[in-house]
Write a protein that binds this ligand. Sequence first.
Ligand SMILES: Nc1ncnc2c1ncn2[C@@H]1O[C@H](COP(=O)(O)OP(=O)(O)O)[C@@H](O)[C@H]1O
Ligand SMILES: [Mg+2]
Length: 337
Amino acid sequence: MRTFEVRAKLASELLAVPLDANEIRALANKENVPRSGYHLTYSAADIGQMRSKLFPEFNERLKLPTVPPVVSLRMSKGGVGKSTTASNLALCVAAQGYRALLIDADPQGDASDMLGIDVEQEGIVTMLDLLTNNAPIESAIQRPYAEMALSVIPADNFLSSFDLTVSAYTRREYLFATFIKNNSEFLAKNFDIIIVDSPPSSSVLNFNVLVASDVVLSVVKLDGMSTKALRVLAQELNDLDKAFSMKKPVLFLANGYHPSYRSSEENLDNLKNMYGDQLLKTVIPAYAGFLSQSRVTKGETNALYEREPTSPAGRKLLELSREILALLGIKGLGVEQ
Ligand SMILES: Nc1ncnc2c1ncn2[C@@H]1O[C@H](COP(=O)(O)OP(=O)(O)O)[C@@H](O)[C@H]1O
Ligand SMILES: [Mg+2]
């Protein structure tokens, strides 16, 4: 099992509190741990414990009886950064001591892969088994990191038969929402946020994800901003509203900003004009480090935030997670930065 351990400086960044190495060490009750020449490191579980000491309201979430918010990544265009955002967002949330569940609804399994799950392995239990076969939720959950509350329901290629499998079902767009309802007690008890990655296609599977979402997070890539993809999204949300009387709040994330490309600036301005407050303040920069996230070597370290948490792109991903957690009203984040 992989580990995600950070040094004092990053621990202080994850807690968003300026503390020096000795203060972090004391806060984590590690004064007596011998360092034996190495720097002391802290796990996400340590960060969670420190957070609960610093911010008592952090602990309130453990008592909440409600299902955590479901945030789904959606854009009809592929290659815009949905899986990148889903996996890094889940990782950043968990690195800060919160409990994240990432559900991969894309048969390609990119987000699962980016979190180091071998999507070629036999016996993966996916949404297909959960929604059409009554497989118990626990049988699907994988935990790729030790001492980190990051859970993943991965996807594999079998999930691509979802639409065909459910074609004769009644209320087939509600299967995921019903699943969440049926598992509400388990979900409320174990998670602070549910993040769902989705494929670019328009499909019954995607409608299931939309119907079950509390917030839709649309990723727009600034270098090739596709107005067509934005129109498809608007159409889908409109269909959802008409057919199921559901208006879903939508947030937009600008991805791939490059200061020396004029098109980046222009596209960002356009997005601001079109979406106003719906456009998240955090903008993710274009960064070559993202390219080596997937399928490097099976089971290897992949998500950018795991490899380069202190790179400018890594810091933006952390900032994004904090902006989203704050918007969702999740407690214990500490001071506004
Ligand atoms: N900000 C970025 N800078 C550079 N490359 C990026 C960025 N965001 C995503 N990418 C790369 O773009 C490709 C597509 O990203 P991915 O998250 O798989 O998109 P989607 O899930 O929307 O299809 C991947 O190779 C990823 O590493
Ligand atoms: Mg994807």
